[in-house]
Design a protein around this ligand. Structure first.
Ligand code: CA
Ligand code: CA
Length: 150
């Protein structure tokens, strides 16, 4: 018997050998869909059907935690965005927020922690908070169109 069932059917994830009592993996585990599976195991003896001796004792409950592997990378929001267009007004002050970006990694916990950094030729003009994804104007020189050397 399977309990604590999330949005998917985890009933095929584990099976039990009815003779030895060994519980084994019998399906593809996916922690991102269920991080815990609760099994209820009942035992019956091979005696007669005499009600006095075949009464089922209390079931045993087995809680299985599904540990994580790092099989996902961060995905920018909304839902896989790879190009973000934004604008900042000319002569904006250093520290002006340019954009807040968000990427989600469904792994958990440490494997899903996302940090941000700027790369590329223009990265010196902005600063991104590595934890929040808030991108700020770091240098005004990129905004000056009069000489491009401010
Ligand atoms: Ca990950
Ligand atoms: Ca994972």
């Amino acid at each position: 018997m399977f309990g604590n069932t999330p949005s998917i059917d985890v009933s095929q994830w584990f099976s039990i050998n009815s003779t030895t009592g060994v519980v084994y993996v019998s399906g593809q585990l996916d922690r991102e869909n269920a991080s815990e599976v609760v099994l209820t195991i009942s035992g019956t003896d091979l005696g007669s059907n005499d009600a006095a001796t075949s009464t089922t004792e209390p079931d045993a409950t087995v809680t299985i935690s599904i540990t994580d592997i790092n099989e996902h990378g961060p995905v920018f929001q909304p839902d896989g965005t790879t190009v973000i267009d934004t604008s900042v007004q000319e002569e904006s002050a250093v520290g002006t927020i340019i954009i807040n970006v968000e990427a989600i990694d469904p792994d958990n916990p440490i494997n899903g922690m996302v940090t941000y950094m700027l790369t590329g030729n223009s990265s010196q003009y902005a600063y991104i908070n590595p934890l929040t994804g808030t991108c700020l104007l770091e240098s005004k020189s990129v905004l000056c169109f009069c000489c491009m050397s401010c």
